[in-house]
Design a protein around this ligand. Structure first.
Ligand code: AMP
Length: 459
């Protein structure tokens, strides 16, 4: 299929050619004709599949009869409303809309929280046909009467699953009540959970066209996946630094499960001389956008991110992602690795795990319906002295590798202390050493891990 076959307006075709798209992605092939026809759509597709263009191009096409260059705001009512869960995704969609609409006199703007409302109000007052918004901030504008939604003829709920996860359902209901009943509605979600189906029943017409692009839950075919087993959580930072250095990664997102973890890891990597920064929900919007820009320019090489902050980030052909923590939900794993290998490029998804993560990994593998290759990351040299000692006198057996684990100064990050090796033997994972019972009356001295933890912290 080609873009020509959709019968898009020549000014849209010009923009498509200028951004360099030669052929539609699968979601575009399926969605564009259906949306042009005015049908409701329930689409299973995630960021990275080209879904933004899949709904934006046909919406622009449908709005073409309303395109005009009048200066009067009254001639530019909001006709299409695109709701997104996060500021970053909203901003990203807005940039795409601007790109695709560059040659047509249809105006768009984006509103999201965490920034001054006044410039948004000014943009809304000047009149815009396409409004991209996060739900909370949109309702703020509605309350202040700076926007009217009474002319909206197309509604898009993007990443609807995430909007539900983030508790936006009441806001969505309030917003939908403000829209005309006769409208086209499009809902996109990574998965069709029962909650999403319920949402679709409420917001879409009775027979939406269901579009599912080739089982993304099977995780992008062009992304190679590997799990690196490390001995304990404290080794993970060294492992990240090792992977970044040994593989010469210049643009990588590292995912953590917590905001605090993201900040801490970014700080520690910076201390190691790796240009890193963190992006998460506690950072202000300008800070997050500035970090993203620096990442895109290559000034920041490692961007440490939480799932919410990373949703919707559009970084073309990201070569690799690293899961510092395995995510709690397998869907998040698919989202994370979808950051790489985008629109046909190949990518690499590396995950770090410790023994305790076995359950999380099992859930991910169950959803993918395949196992992910495992390798060990372990100290390069086994201490000679330990080797010659009788087994019972050696340091406690490493829980994962069949050799004693003795962090040493040489293990310091930056000296490539870790080696990887294939580990059919790495699994099954046994309980951690720290949980072992000691003879009564003996208290375990806090174990200091000077090299891996920067010389101060206790394990
Ligand atoms: P999305 O899933 O909308 O976030 O898009 C992911 C990436 O794919 C973005 O960088 C788009 O610019 C790019 N993209 C979208 N459609 C195409 C296409 N037909 N050909 C090549 N790249 C595309």
């Amino acid at each position: 299929m080609s873009f020509e076959s959709f019968g898009l307006h020549p000014d849209l075709m010009r923009a498509i050619a200028e951004v360099g798209y030669t052929s539609p992605t699968p979601i575009q092939s399926q969605a564009i004709p259906v949306v042009i026809e005015g049908k409701d759509v329930m689409g299973a597709a995630q960021t990275g599949t080209g879904k933004t263009a899949a709904f934006t191009l046909p919406i622009l096409q449908r709005l073409m009869p309303h395109a005009n260059s009048s200066a009067s705001p009254a001639r530019h009512p909001v006709r299409a409303l695109i709701l997104a869960p996060t500021r970053e995704l909203a901003d990203q969609i807005s940039q795409n809309v601007t790109q695709y609409a560059r040659h047509v006199p249809l105006r768009s703007t984006v509103v999201f929280g965490g920034v001054d409302m006044n410039p948004q109000t000014a943009a809304l007052r000047s009149g815009i046909e396409i409004l991209i918004a996060t739900p909370g901030r949109l309702l703020d504008h509605v309350q202040q009467k700076t926007v009217s939604l009474s002319s909206v003829s197309v509604l898009v709920l993007d990443e609807a699953d995430r909007m539900l996860d983030m508790g936006f359902l009441p806001d969505l209901q309030r917003i939908v009540n403000l829209l005309p009943k006769a409208r086209q509605s499009l809902l996109f979600s990574a998965t069709f959970s029962p909650e999403i189906r319920k949402l679709a029943k409420t917001f879409l017409d009775d027979h939406p066209v269901v579009i599912e692009v080739a089982a993304r839950n099977a995780a992008a075919e062009n992304v190679s996946q590997v799990v690196y087993v490390v001995d304990r959580a404290e080794s993970k930072r060294a492992a990240v630094a090792h992977l970044v250095r040994s593989q010469g990664l210049r643009q990588v997102i590292v995912f953590t499960n917590t905001k605090i973890g993201a900040s801490r890891l970014a700080r520690e990597l910076q201390r190691e001389g790796i240009p890193a920064d963190a992006i998460h929900g506690d950072k202000s919007q300008p800070e997050r956008l500035a970090t993203l820009e620096r990442f895109k320019k290559g000034e920041v090489e490692v961007m440490v991110a939480t799932d919410v902050a990373a949703r919707g980030l559009d970084i073309a052909e990201l070569p690799a992602v690293i899961n510092f923590d395995l995510p709690y939900s397998p869907e998040d794993y698919v989202h994370r690795i979808g950051r790489t290998g985008r629109a046909g490029a190949s990518g690499q998804a590396m995950s770090l795990m410790v023994a305790e993560d076995q359950r999380l990994l099992a859930e991910i593998e169950k959803m993918l319906r395949r196992s992910i290759p495992k390798e060990s990351l372990r100290p390069q040299r086994e201490p000679e002295r330990a080797k010659s000692m009788p087994q019972e006198k050696r340091a406690p057996q490493d829980p994962i590798f069949s050799q004693p684990y003795q962090p040493k100064a040489a293990d310091a990050v930056g000296q490539a202390p870790l080696v990887s090796g294939s580990t059919a033997s790495a699994a099954p994972v046994k309980p951690a050493v720290s949980g072992r019972a000691l003879p009564s009356g003996i208290r375990r001295a806090p174990r200091t891990v000077p090299a891996l933890l920067g010389g101060k912290q206790k394990a």
